[in-house]
Design a protein around this ligand. Sequence first.
Ligand code: HEM
Length: 81
Amino acid sequence: TSTPPIYTLEEVTKHRSLDNGVWVTYKGDVYDITEFVAIHPGGDKILLAAGGALEPYWALYAVHQQEHVLEILSKYKIGVL
Ligand code: HEM
């Protein structure tokens, strides 16, 4: 088994555009969701969380509190904080 790559918050914040890649964090894990942005059912709103934490937004948009949403997110994991 191998340890996942560790990223700093500073590095995550640099990835907040489609050009540089769109990264987000959730519960201590880091995700590169660049490819998902275009197919997000909630459209461009997803970019509000670009380069930062999903938690505050998912608290507002409770539609994400479902197993199938976490399943989608898990596919994009690239490392941990
Ligand atoms: C809906 C995934 C981030 C706003 C959805 C749905 C999925 C999804 C799968 C459809 C859920 C369903 O109807 O069963 C994700 C993932 C995200 C993300 C994987 C991060 C990687 C965000 C953010 C926002 C947001 C940051 C807001 C700032 C919305 C809204 C809807 C939605 C408003 C409802 C769309 C509608 O039904 O009209 N999202 N989302 N999402 N999302 Fe996200």
